[in-house]
Design a protein around this ligand. Structure first.
Ligand SMILES: Cc1cc2nc3c(=O)[nH]c(=O)nc-3n(C[C@H](O)[C@H](O)[C@H](O)COP(=O)(O)OP(=O)(O)OC[C@H]3O[C@@H](n4cnc5c(N)ncnc54)[C@H](O)[C@@H]3O)c2cc1C
Length: 389
């Protein structure tokens, strides 16, 4: 299997490397062979969650008392690097939504009952989660969401719609952003929403450019009644929780971008060694050697920046500017790297049986999902003005 031999994270111990290798072996053996089929089918078997749970991979940073491993963020990076060798961006996104986007906030601020009811079965691979923030009329501007949760006795009655929700069609519960107060960021709350609640329905499964093995759905809430004990943290503090939660999501986006580049570069370099034109293999042309060298140098920089952002989170320091910088840099870079990796394949790069064709489609999401590049720039600018690291 191709390997670029990029520099190792200095924070990685032998255990981190061994964990990554275990996950990579599993991904290459059990998942990668199905990548074309699952992408075409627009879904993959739920059984994959159970298999990952058996490897301990669904509760890496979650508390041991709920079945998690209680490990640090470096293990999440190790997991993500390993699972990327499934070569299936949709599947990877589905799993990361489950473990690193919809649920860390439950571990952080959830009640014991909420952790028992939602987190523990998720760690066992029995329940799958989605994160419901984006709506038909607002995505970047999270403070503008309009799905309402109105109090009625000891319940909330939820009405509204969400869109683009990953895992939307098969999630058992949604970490859902709702409006419980006034307009603006001060009136938003997060609730845990079981998808078997009467009045909930899944609308269209959106037909996407990439990440096709997982669904992205429209969701409808029509007078859905859930108990108020499903409120996460404090009422009307949801905007802060969402922003807090975004840091992990954006860090995982940076890791995904780095791994997309690493795998595509390794494949493209191998292709350049094997394919000949004008009497020599493509890698004998200096233009390709320099293209690869340039991309490897920038990928090393991107990984270093991502590691720096990860260290900031682990140190418990305010990570927003560094995480936004890592997401902006890595996901923008990935667009250029994947473009060149496809180009060296010539016509083969346009054919679905080559992984680079799928990577070309999949990579486009990275500068959009979880906060666009423009939003990252706004954050970096604002944090710089505030004198934040
Ligand atoms: C495949 C996929 C999966 C997704 N999964 C989920 C999910 O699981 N859960 C979820 O909640 N959401 C999900 N999303 C939604 C995603 O987070 C949003 O698409 C994203 O945040 C952008 O929001 P938007 O699409 O509404 O674009 P808009 O906010 O309408 O932005 C449109 C354009 O305007 C630009 N723009 C916006 N504000 C500014 C500004 N201040 N300055 C300059 N330019 C600006 C944006 O950068 C963008 O280029 C998913 C999206 C996709 C495509």
């Amino acid at each position: 299997m191709p390997n670029l031999r990029l520099s190792e994270y200095t924070q990685f111990t032998d255990e981190h490397v061994a964990f990554r290798n275990t996950i990579r072996d599993f991904a290459e053996r059990e998942l990668a062979p199905h990548r074309h089929t699952w992408d075409k089918a627009g879904e993959f078997p739920r059984e994959v969650f159970k298999m990952l749970a058996d490897l301990g991979a669904l509760g890496i940073r979650f508390p041991e008392e709920y079945g998690g491993l209680g490990l640090d963020w470096w293990y999440t990076l190790a997991f993500q690097e390993g699972i990327s060798w499934s070569r299936n961006a949709g599947l990877v996104m589905s799993i990361l939504v489950d473990t690193d986007m919809a649920t860390p906030i439950i571990a952080e601020i959830g009640t014991d009952e909420q952790k028992e009811e939602f987190l523990a079965p998720l760690i066992r691979g029995e329940k799958v989660a989605a994160l419901g923030v984006s709506e038909p009329d607002c995505g970047s501007d999270v403070a503008a969401i309009q799905t309402t949760a109105k109090k009625d006795g000891t319940d909330y009655i939820i009405n509204g719609a969400k869109t683009y929700i990953t895992n939307g069609a098969f999630a058992d519960f949604i970490t859902l952003a709702v409006r419980t107060g006034d307009q603006g960021h001060g009136g938003i709350s997060l609730v845990l929403f079981p998808t078997d609640t009467p009045g909930f329905s899944v609308g269209r499964k959106l037909d996407k450019l990439g990440t096709r093995a997982v669904d992205s759905c429209e969701l409808h809430f029509d007078n859905c009644r859930i108990p108020q004990r499903y409120l996460l943290g404090s009422e009307n503090a949801g905007f802060i929780y969402i922003m807090q939660n975004f840091q992990g999501e954006r860090l995982t986006a940076a890791v995904t971008a780095n791994m997309t580049m690493e795998i595509a570069l390794a494949d493209a370099m191998r292709f350049g060694d094997e394919r000949a034109a004008f009497g020599r293999t493509l890698n004998k042309f200096q233009v390709w050697r320099h293209t690869f060298a340039n991309h490897i140098a920038q990928l090393e920089a991107s990984r270093a920046l991502t590691a720096r952002a990860c260290s900031q989170i682990i140190a418990g320091k305010e990570p927003t500017r560094l995480v936004s910088t890592a997401k902006l840099f890595s996901t923008d870079l990935a667009q250029k790297v994947i473009y060149d990796c496809l180009q060296i394949h010539g016509g083969a790069g346009f054919i679905e049986e080559y992984d680079i064709a799928r990577a070309y489609r999949d990579v486009r999401l990275l500068t959009i999902g979880g906060g666009t590049s423009e939003v990252m720039k706004e954050i970096i600018w604002k944090w710089t003005q505030l004198g934040m690291e």
